[in-house]
Design a protein around this ligand. Structure first.
Ligand code: RP5
Length: 175
């Protein structure tokens, strides 16, 4: 029998409608080889499941929780209130208020129970995973090397774009 891999990161979303956005986080964790799980758990629609999840996550070996939710987005804060694990919140883009509703619901935690809130939508989902990688890299030198290489790749892309631009534009003499 194959041993089950312990997820280091748990990606939790308030609704299956959040999956397309949170897939960005999963893709980043796959790229870095970080074992993770994805769950649909709602603070409002399945509050008991949210409680069971939060109270058992640390004991199962989860190190970081990424929680994505939209509208009155309480999921990340509710989970954070019941676990000492770090919780990274991803505010979903919404059709009514563009995600500002999600952002403000998530980021304005009362003092004492933090949620590390990232940007709205897919950019936030991507950065949530990169932040989780950076946290895990504090105690994992191989993962740290992969993160440094990734950042170097970003720098190289910008420098390459700059060189390409310089090659097609002559300096302006001015007026
Ligand atoms: C939140 O309400 C979810 O996180 C989702 O972003 C939003 C809308 O949910 P659905 O009505 O699409 O299920 O709980």
């Amino acid at each position: 029998m194959q041993a089950e891999t312990v997820p280091q990161v748990s990606i939790v979303m308030g609704s299956k409608s959040d999956l397309e956005t949170l897939q960005e986080a999963s893709d980043v964790l796959d790229r870095f080889g970080v074992a993770h799980e994805m769950r649909v758990i709602s603070a409002h629609r399945t509050p008991e499941a949210a409680r069971t999840f939060a109270l058992s996550a640390e004991g199962r070996g989860v190190r970081i929780i990424i929680a994505g939710a939209g509208k009155a987005a309480h999921l990340a804060g509710v989970l954070a209130s019941m676990t000492p694990l770090p919780v990274i919140g991803v505010p979903m883009t919404t059709s009514d208020l563009g995600g500002l509703d999600s952002l403000l619901s998530m980021v304005q935690m009362p003092g004492g129970i933090p949620v590390a809130t990232v940007a709205i939508g897919k950019t936030g989902a991507k950065n949530a995973a990169l932040l989780a990688v950076a946290m895990l890299a504090l105690a994992d030198t191989a993962l740290r090397s992969r993160l440094v290489d990734y950042r170097k790749g970003l720098s190289d892309e910008v420098e390459q774009a700059d060189r390409a631009l310089q090659a097609v534009r002559r300096p302006h003499a001015g007026v």
